[in-house]
Design a protein around this ligand. Structure first.
Ligand code: NAD
Length: 485
């Protein structure tokens, strides 16, 4: 499970990505759809959600019949295929969604392969005393219905599959419609891994055309015992209103504070590394910075040295009119700003072209100084644009950063060597993830300790989900026996 992101490995990943982009791969990448890849039908993908649930139910029965060793064999094969096919899935994800970066998506898949916990995550508990032995075991729910996002599509399908199968569940997916080919490719990969280990041909299932209606079938089907939703506020709310046990992994708007004790040069580099990772698609990525006035100029300089392109306030206002658009709520008639899907996850270079600025691929991120009320601070943009707000002191920094997080309690970051300041912000912001003095991705195990996940369940409290999050407790009591001391 250990992962060492040495330079040699990173070079190998980059080399494999370049190999994956050779013309023959690009051609086969052309022939993808929600149900086939390169002319081969994807396994486990059904026209109808009810059929998919029936198939996942058979998959669940097969998992129940497996020994732990057999489950681990399936998971080991998923890890191997995920590592081998990471560049292919990364290229497909970018081609289909037009979002993100192939090299970073490749790294995300390798992270999932290496650091998603398997069956070892499931631990039983024994309590002994005068009355004998009580055993608590972590049992599967049954068939899990999983709703997955467009931002980390195949990563989430594979990460969820490893954890849910390790816990002994079956899984049916309702993937994001904009990433259906990529998500279903990952469903097929899990099923190929199962067959390689002697498991069922269809272990996990999905549909050709996921919609809100197919999600509703999932919510209501008696075989679905647990719903897991990774996505924005709308879909998380709908899952939590389903009347079923649900795990909700929702939106965030992670603030970063940089105080006057920070290693400012390192902070500038770390923030740009984190903010520009996969073009800011990860929900944990830095979204707005609150910098002490005394170090703000040095911080901005360090960011510029590390691939940030600074724009003026006037240009930031012009860009805000492009990357955010008006949407009228048909029920209430109220118009509000939402992100322009044509800009989400795009390269900084492409976004700058929209305001007539032409730069090279060395520009990883757009930065600008704004005030707190600016839409770049208030909205979860999911694109490489980073507003910087100057603050006088730690009181103002914490007050504004907590407000900008909007109570999502998702993720926050801080660069400081003052343990009192660090502790105060961590206590005030109450986020599931709090990263100190590192890029945001350290919070999901990439250059930081701990397991990885792409389903971070703040609203329902499971935190960084893993196999044990997808289990239910069962107790077995042996009265007046089996205490051997
Ligand atoms: P999204 O909210 O647009 O869609 C997520 C999924 O929900 C898709 O399958 C979509 O078809 C479906 N969906 C949308 N509305 C629905 C409804 N009312 N009923 C049923 N299904 C519905 O998500 P996205 O744009 O792909 O992802 C971005 C959002 O997800 C961001 O807000 C991001 O922060 C969040 N996210 C959170 C995590 C986490 O772990 N907490 C991880 C990834 C993404």
């Amino acid at each position: 499970m250990a992962i060492n992101w040495t330079e040699a490995q990173i070079e190998e990943v980059v080399a494999s990505v370049i190999r994956s982009l050779k013309p023959e791969r690009a051609e086969s990448c052309d022939s993808w759809s929600a149900e086939s890849y390169g002319g081969r039908r994807l396994i486990g993908v059904f026209a109808d959600m009810n059929e998919a649930i029936e198939a996942a139910s058979r998959g669940y029965k097969a998992v129940r019949a497996m020994t732990l060793e057999e489950r681990e064999k399936v998971i080991a094969n998923i890890r191997t295929l995920c590592r081998e096919e990471a560049p292919k899935m990364a290229a497909l994800g970018v081609a289909e969604t037009k979002m993100g970066r192939v090299d970073h998506k490749t790294a995300k898949h390798i992270l999932v392969a290496d650091k998603t916990p398997g069956t070892a995550d499931i631990r039983s508990e024994a309590k002994t005393g005068d009355f004998g032995l009580t055993l608590t075991e972590m049992a599967p729910f049954g068939v899990v219905g999983s709703i997955t996002p467009s931002t980390n599509p195949s990563e989430t399908v594979i990460c969820n599959s490893i954890g849910m199968i390790a816990a002994g569940n079956g899984v049916v997916f309702n993937p994001h419609p904009n990433a259906i080919a990529t998500s279903n490719y990952a469903v097929d990969l899990v099923n190929r891994a199962s067959a390689m280990a002697g498991g069922p041909e269809v272990l996990v299932a999905s549909v050709v055309k996921p919609t809100l209606e197919t999600a509703d079938v999932m919510y209501k089907h008696p075989n679905i015992r647990l719903l897991v939703c990774t996505g924005g506020p709308g879909v998380v709310k709908s899952v939590l209103s389903s009347g079923k046990k649900a795990i909700g992994a929702g939106a965030g708007n992670p603030p970063v504070i940089v105080d006057d004790t920070a290693d400012v040069k390192k902070a500038g580099k770390d923030i740009i590394d984190g903010c520009s990772f996969d073009n800011n698609l990860p929900c944990i990525a830095e979204k707005e910075v609150f910098a002490f006035d005394s170090i703000a100029d040095e911080l901005i300089g360090a960011m510029e040295e590390n691939g940030a392109y600074r724009i003026s306030r006037a240009l930031a206002d012009k860009l805000a009119e492009i990357v955010l658009v008006d949407k009228k709520n048909p029920k209430t008639g109220v118009t509000s700003k939402i992100v322009n899907r044509d800009c989400v996850g795009r390269d900084a270079r492409v976004i700058l072209e929209k305001v007539g600025i032409h730069v090279g691929d060395n520009v990883r991120c757009i930065i600008c100084e704004t005030d707190f009320e600016h839409p770049f601070v208030q909205h979860e943009l999911m694109m490489p644009i980073l507003p910087i707000v100057r603050v006088k002191n730690i009181d103002e920094a914490i007050e504004l950063a907590v407000k900008a997080e909007h109570g999502c309690r998702h993720t926050a970051h801080m660069h400081s060597k003052n343990i009192d300041n660090l502790t105060r912000f961590a206590r005030a912001v109450e986020t599931t993830i709090f990263v100190k003095n590192a890029p945001s991705y350290a919070g999901i195990g990439f250059g930081g300790e701990g397991h990885t996940t792409f389903t971070i369940a703040g609203p329902t409290g499971e935190g960084l989900t893993s196999a044990k999050s997808f289990t239910r407790q069962r107790r077995c009591v042996m009265s007046e026996s089996f205490r051997i001391i």
